[in-house]
Design a protein around this ligand. Structure first.
Ligand code: SF4
Length: 89
């Protein structure tokens, strides 16, 4: 079992759109094999300064893993749109 740093925010609760129920921040910050959930910024920014929390506790590489899935989805969406435009043209 990997030990993770205890966070002051661990007890904070929020509704999880992925799982469909309430859970605590303690789960969100480690739920991807120890890495934060890719939705962590969206889900928590209204409750506290989650960006500063992430920057203080994770390396740049780990943070890249947080935003990467969204970035690659956006990139593939753009590729699909460009292909569709070419087909029309
Ligand atoms: S950060 Fe992820 S696990 Fe946490 S509430 Fe949001 S979607 Fe659910």
């Amino acid at each position: 079992v990997v030990e993770f740093p205890v966070s002051l925010h661990d007890e904070k609760e929020g509704y999880c759109r992925k799982l469909g129920h309430h859970l605590t921040f303690a789960y969100c910050r480690v739920c991807r094999e120890g890495a934060p959930c890719d939705k962590i910024l969206d889900c928590w920014f209204e409750k506290f300064d989650v960006r500063s929390f992430l920057e203080a506790h994770y390396t740049d590489e780990e943070l890249y893993q947080v935003v990467k899935p969204q970035a690659s989805k956006a990139a593939s969406l753009i590729e699909l749109i460009e292909k569709a435009r070419k087909n029309v043209g």
